[in-house]
Design a protein around this ligand. Sequence first.
Ligand SMILES: Cc1ncc(COP(=O)(O)O)c(C=O)c1O
Ligand SMILES: N[C@@H](CCSC[C@H](N)C(=O)O)C(=O)O
Length: 404
Amino acid sequence: MAPKKSYSLETELVFSKSADQYNASVPPLYQSATFKQDSLSNMGEYDYTRSGNPTRTYLQNHLAKIMKAKTTFAVSSGMGCLDVITRLLKPGDEVIAGDDLYGGTNRLLTYLHNKGDIIAQHFDTTNTELIKSKINSKTRMIFLESPTNPLIKVVDVKSIANAAHEINPNVIVVFDNTMMSPIFMTPLDLGVDIQYESATKYLNGHHDIMAGVIATRSDSLAEQVYNVINSTGCGLSPFDCWLLSRGLRTLAIRVERQQQNCIKIAEFLKNIGFKVRYPGLKDHPQFELHNSMCKGYGAVLSFETGSIKLSERIVENTEIFGIAVSFGCVNSLISMPCKMSHASIDAKTREERDFPEDLIRLCIGIENVDDLIDDLTKALLRSGAVRVNERDELFNVIGVQPKL
Ligand SMILES: Cc1ncc(COP(=O)(O)O)c(C=O)c1O
Ligand SMILES: N[C@@H](CCSC[C@H](N)C(=O)O)C(=O)O
C-alpha cells in the first residue's frame, strides 16, 4: 500500500515537527515583548510581539494545516476577528448579513451601519435565492454563519459563495465557523474567502482564554489582514497562543464526545415532546443540506418551552449545566439567548426575526451523558415542564410544537 501523502486531521492536531533548538516536544513559550537585533542593519525574524512572536507563528502555522488555509492569524477574540475583517471595508460599502448572526456580530455591524461607515442589510440566509437577488456591484462583503447561533438555521454556503463571486468578483464572502469548528466543516473548501472562528469556544475548549482565528487562502487578503492586526495590536498574546496550542491538541476527541452527548440529549428532549433545533436530528428542515457541507453536527442545541417563565425555571434548576454564555467548552452550559448571549439584539429586532424569547440553549460538554440527562430531567420536573405518567414515562405538560 502506498504511504498516505497527508495525515488525517486528528493526527495533524497532535503532531508537530519541532524546530526548537533543544528539540522541545511542546512548542516553547516566548513570553517576550521585544527581540534584540543582531545589528542595526539586521533586524532578524522578530522585533516586537505586536508584529510577530514565535509562539504565535507556531500556532498560526499549526492552525493553517488544520483549517486547510494558506494563512491564519490569531487575535484577541472572535469579535476581534470581525473588527479586523470589517476594517477592510471602505466608507459606503454595502454588506449583506444573516438575520440570525451571533448577537455580538449583529452589534458591531449595526454600530458601523449607524455610524454611516457601511450599509449593512440583514436577510434570512436560508433563502439562497433571496440572498442572490440582493448581491450587486456595490456589495463588498457577505457575512454568513451555519448553523446559526442559536436558531440553528443552515445556510447553503457553496451556492451563495459561487453566486456572489459570479455576480461581483470583488465580493468577500466571510464565514463564521465557530459552531462547527474545523473538525466538522472546512468552509474554505466551499468557496468562502475569509473564515473566522471564536477560538474562545471549541478550538481552545476550556474557557480559560479569549481568542479568535482568521483564515484565508488569498495572499492579498492575508496581507491586508496582517496590516490591520499589526497596526491595531490585536494579535493574540504569547501565553494565550501557548494555551490555545495546548487546547487544540484535544480538539477532535473533545468535539466528538460533545457531539455524541448532544445527539443523545437532542433525542431525549425530542422524545418528551419538545421541538428541538439541532442539525443532527433527521427532522431538521435542512438536515440534508447540512450533511452535504459538514462531517458532524456539533454540540449546541436549542429548544422552546412555550413560556418564558417556564424556561427561566428550567435554566435555574440545573446543577451540572452551568448558567453561562459561550459554548464549546468541556463542561455543559445552559442559557436563555434573549437574556444573555443575544441580549444586544433589541427586543423589536428579535421579534421581527422570529427569535423566540423562551428559547433555551444547551451547550454540551464531555461529562457522562446519563448524568447530564438526569440533571435535565430533574430541572424539567422541578420546573413543572414535564411530569411522570403511570408507566413511569416523562411527558411534556405544555406540549408545545413551535415551528422551526
Ligand atoms: C458564533 C460566534 N461568533 C463569534 C463570537 C465572538 O467570539 P468572542 O466571544 O471570542 O469574541 C461568538 C461568541 O462570543 C459566537 O457565538
Ligand atoms: N456579554 C457578552 C455576551 C457574550 S455571548 C458569548 C457567546 N458568543 C455565546 O453565544 O454565548 C456580550 O455582550 O458580548
